[in-house]
Design a protein around this ligand. Structure first.
Ligand code: F6R
Length: 368
């Protein structure tokens, strides 16, 4: 049942090309339009939405952070992301003009369920992004976009996360399509890029052995830092969460720009610092992150840099470079997270942990 893999988690990491392709399947017409028939909220209603609130826990919350950047860029609707466990206890402002997006792999997370119940009581429309047919959260939502990742058995979410990202991109592009968007061509370009993601993820998986070697070199380390900016920030948080969950190691993700506001003080010589570098582009983001690598390097950190293949600027500051296939910034987390998943899985295996059933964790958290 594990298809020759030692763990369900590892099997599920390797299933990601198919999971992503299946999540895209049938959602793009030959005329170049997005088809999301499952969104049973009328285009008129969606045109009146003036705020989007994205709710989730853990990994799903990180997917929501990426979604905010993408949706605000494409759709120009203000978008908030909130931990489901915080949302309903702080008297949030939600009303019939609010679209609430609840992200949940299992569809049974109690915090998320309570949050959408609260949102609907205030008259807000709720779209679920979910991987489990007929589960409670989709049943209690106005509409659902299913991720077609197939059952996720490993407690640490992997294909659940990358397909949530894909579903969030689809939702963003769909909203842009029906609300008319100034970047009309961009929809088509992004759809083309989405279709290429399975092959690019596969390319990363084909080089898994490099990541495994790194895991064995670092397996005696006890503290890890993950840095990223823009959508690389939630990807860094997700990398740190994977290592906590299954390797039980102290790992923290930070927005790289925040380093100098405090976290840089904890950098010790030899501490492994993973840095996700945005693609080389028009804006200055890439160069800023390269400076952040220099800053931690100057304090003696061991730098593991995830950067676009052929990015010459990072080489001199990196102890290890992990090349990512070329992709636009907003989609990069789908690629960047894959080596981080492989790393966590391999470290946990090397430490002798039960990767699929980590201590203290349950696959779905049905109590608040
Ligand atoms: C991370 C993980 C958890 C879940 C969170 C939400 O690997 O498994 O952080 O992502 O409990 O679960 P769902 O998506 O089922 O609502």
């Amino acid at each position: 049942e594990k298809g020759g893999f030692d763990w369900f988690m590892r099997k599920e990491i390797f299933e990601q090309p198919k999971a992503i392709a299946d999540t895209l399947l049938g959602r793009y017409s030959a005329r170049g339009e997005l088809v999301l028939d499952e969104i049973r909220i009328s285009p008129e209603t969606l045109r009146r939405i003036d705020k989007i609130v994205i709710i989730g826990c853990g990994t799903a919350h990180y997917a929501g952070m990426v979604a905010k950047y993408a949706i605000e860029h494409w759709v120009r609707i203000p978008c908030e992301v909130e931990l489901a466990s915080e949302f309903r206890y702080r008297d949030p402002i939600v009303n019939p003009q609010t679209l609430c997006v609840a992200i949940s792999q299992s569809g049974e997370t109690a915090d998320t369920l309570q949050a959408i119940r609260h949102a609907r009581e205030q008259g807000s429309h709720v779209i679920a992004i979910c991987n489990t047919n007929g589960s409670t959260i989709p049943r209690e939502s106005d509409a659902v976009i299913y991720t077609h990742a197939g059952p996720e058995i490993g407690v640490a979410s992997t294909k659940g996360f990358t397909t949530q990202l894909v579903a969030c991109y689809l939702l963003g592009l769909y909203l842009a399509q029906i609300r008319g968007m100034k970047y009309g061509d961009e929809i088509r370009d992004v759809m083309d890029e989405l279709q290429q993601l399975p092959a690019k993820v596969q390319e990363l998986l084909d080089h898994a052995s490099t990541v495994y070697e790194l895991a064995h070199q670092l397996a005696d380390q006890e503290d890890y830092i993950f840095l990223g900016r823009h959508v690389g920030y939630p990807a860094a948080l997700e990398g740190a969460l994977k290592l906590k969950e299954i390797a039980y190691l102290h790992s923290e993700g930070f927005a790289a720009g925040e380093l100098k506001h405090g976290p840089i003080a904890i950098i010790n010589p030899d501490m492994p610092v993973f840095v996700i570098v945005p693609p080389q582009g028009r804006d200055q983001l890439h160069d800023k992150v390269v400076s952040n690598i220099q800053e931690v390097r100057a304090r003696g950190a061991r730098t593991i840099v995830l950067a676009e293949q052929g990015d010459e600027h990072v080489v001199q500051f990196a102890d290890t470079v992990i090349g990512l296939p070329t992709v636009s910034t907003l989609l990069q987390p789908v690629l960047a997270v894959v080596p981080l998943q492989l790393f966590a899985c391999e470290v946990a295996t090397a430490l002798g942990n039960d990767v699929d059933q980590p201590r203290n964790l349950a696959k779905s958290v049905t109590v608040e």
